[in-house]
Design a protein around this ligand. Sequence first.
Ligand code: OOG
Ligand code: MG
Length: 254
Amino acid sequence: MNFIDQAAKLDEAAVKATAVPQISTEGSFSEDEAYLIQKASIDRRLRRGETLVGLKMGFTSYAKMEQMGVHDMIWGRLTSSMNILNGQTIQLSNYIHPRSEPEIAFRISKDINSEITSIDELMTYVSGVAAAIEIIDSRFENFKFSLEDVIADNCSSTGFVLGRWCDPKIELTNLSMSMSFNGKKVAEGNSSAILNNPWDALKACTRLAAKYNQRIPENSIVLAGAATAAKYLESKVEVEVEVEKLGYVNFKCI
Ligand code: OOG
Ligand code: MG
């Protein structure tokens, strides 16, 4: 397994919006090797001038694990080019087979360099929480992958949209979360589907980031993972996510 070649293949697949075969069909590789490929592909983006703006958690809800047939938490990196503004329009031709999903985002107020196990302590590192949408676009054909494949592919990340920042003291359990396409509900869930409490997803993120020597920088964001299954995007659709108490966030597709 040549990490650099695999990273280049996945990065080019994203740039060209063209799917590639799963890496696992060439032979088995470990989770640690998958994270090395992810890091090498993100390093290519950073060399092009993008900056690291956050981390994301994946498969923190059963709805997502069931949809994708993968049963372990994963984490990936978010870069500046993935940031889509609230209300912005995206062009679907820039993507392979994009899907969107409802999320909750945390805004990190000071560097996190090690695992933080207490939610009270974690709260001292967070200056805001927001309703968010993640756009995922697996670089693998048919959106099919093994756990190692999807880790190498930076957990399918391609975009994220943030709503308005809210007080982090707002209770994040048991909030209804829904996503609609042109005003029609396409996914409904609850924030407690995210590891029973989205703060536990941030806690898990501090553990995994520390394990892989990834600092969670001041002013970066962390996505907790989707509460519902993701839905394929279509042209002329306005996607809106509502999280109870946190409000609305949206983007449009052409
Ligand atoms: C992998 C990304 C998972 C989440 O929120 O669970 C994820 C995928 O579903 O392609 O972002
Ligand atoms: Mg997600």
